[in-house]
Every structure is written in C-alpha cells, then in structure tokens.
Design a protein around this ligand. Structure first.
Ligand code: ZN
Length: 244
C-alpha cells in the first residue's frame, strides 16, 4: 500500500504555487477567448460577471468538512503521546460558545452571499439532563443537492450517512438548524416536515441569512412534540438555549 493510499486523510498535499498560478491564469484568460465562450453559449461579459459567484459556489461545493482532518490529527497526537514523544495533550473543548459561533459563521458562508438558505444537523450528547451541541454537520456535505433550490431540502435517503457519522463520534442528533432570508418564524413546510420527526427534536431557525441575530433571544427555537405539533421556546432565549 502506498503512503498516499495508507493515509486516512483524503487531502493530498497542497499543489505547487506555480501550478496554482497557471490554473488561475487559464481561468482568467478564458474571459478573452470569445470563440471558446460563444461555442458554449456565453458572452465574455457574462463570463466575467459570473466568475466570482461561480468560484464562490465551487468553493462551497468542494469545501470539505474539517472533521476527518481533526480526527486524523487527534489520532496522530494520541499516538505521539502514547509513545512518549509529547508529554501532554490539551484537546479543545467542544460544545462551548465557539462551536456555535463557528458553525453559524460557516452557515452564513454557505448562503453564498445571501443567495440561498443553508442548514445543518447539530450533533451532541445528553449532559446532566440538558443537551450539549458538539458538532455541526452541514446538509450540503451529506446531500450535495440539499441547498440547490435555494430552500433547504434534505433528502431522507441520505440519512444513513448521518447515522454513520453519529455512530463514529458516539453523538446523537440534538437539533437541526437552518437560516432564513427574513424572520425566524417557521414556514408552513418547516412545520409540516420536521427534519427529524421525533418528539423532543429541536429545530432552530436563524433569521436574515445569519448576518444579524444569531444568538438565543434573536433566533427561532422550536421543539417538535410529535403528530405535527410544535412548541415554541423562542422567547425563553438563553433560559432555554444556553451558550456557555
Ligand atoms: Zn425554514
């Protein structure tokens, strides 16, 4: 088995700077190749105008989650620790305010500049009677088509992938979260189709494409009670959803 295949991480080394430069110049110079673009039904003006958005969208669809890299690093560090190569390992504490802030930031990024909704499953654990959020698993990382229509729609057929991640981490699905262009009120479809139709499941809605209010008190907090009914905890804010 070659080193490349043995590595648990799917990201081979970064390409050489010079190669990246070349690719960039090819992409940029296409704007001057009218014949090539016309053949493909584009004017150079359309190409130039759409290029930044296209790159951003490409980034969004190709951007890998960091969890596999994090796991890989953790296993390397633990091995170093067990061999006495390092004396101490301080693991970051998951589940604190940073998990929420970083997750919300990533949801905002995935709206591609307020052009579509985005969403995630929130994985975590029961701790002393409360549920602690430990990780965001973004819909579009599991179902590449989840955000394509502009409104989040997660294909149920992809759920086994999610259960696989839960098993690997030892976490459960604590809640789901998605962003709205406007307010945090549930839409009729949000009410009719809970992402996880299980009593006690929490659905969180962040308003304004996650650009303004992103903390409890300014976001929608809805608990599914089963049989199509919901209970709203939005007004309880931090009394219900604590960022510690
Ligand atoms: Zn919604």
């Amino acid at each position: 088995m070659s080193a490349e295949r043995a590595a648990p991480c799917k990201h081979p080394g970064a390409p050489q700077e010079a190669i990246v430069e070349k690719v960039l110049s090819i992409v940029a110079s296409l704007a001057d190749d009218r014949a090539y673009l016309t053949q493909r039904g584009l004017s150079p003006e359309e190409y130039r105008h759409a290029l930044p958005a296209a790159i951003e969208q490409f980034r969004g669809s190709r951007g890998a989650g960091i969890s596999d890299r994090r796991q890989f690093l953790a296993s390397v560090f633990e091995e170093m620790l067990s061999r006495g190569l390092i004396s101490k390992l301080d693991q970051p504490r998951y589940g604190d305010d940073n998990t929420w802030s970083a997750g919300v930031e990533e949801l905002r990024r995935r709206t591609l500049n307020r052009r579509r909704e985005s969403g995630a499953f929130l994985l975590g654990r029961d701790e002393a009677g409360a549920k602690r959020i430990l990780e965001f698993v973004y819909y579009d990382d599991i179902d590449p088509n989840a955000l394509k229509s502009g409104i989040v729609h997660f294909a149920g057929a992809k759920l086994p992938k999610l259960w696989g991640i839960c098993r690997a981490r030892g976490f459960g699905v604590v809640a789901d979260v998605h962003v709205h262009p406007g307010g945090y009120q549930q839409s009729p479809s949000d009410q009719a189709d809970p992402v996880i139709p299980r009593a006690g499941h929490l659905a969180i809605i962040i308003p304004h494409f996650a650009c303004r209010d992103t903390k409890p008190g300014g976001i929608g907090l809805y608990e599914y009670l089963g049989n199509g009914s919901w209970s709203t905890h939005t007004n309880q804010g931090r009394a219900f959803f604590n960022l510690d």
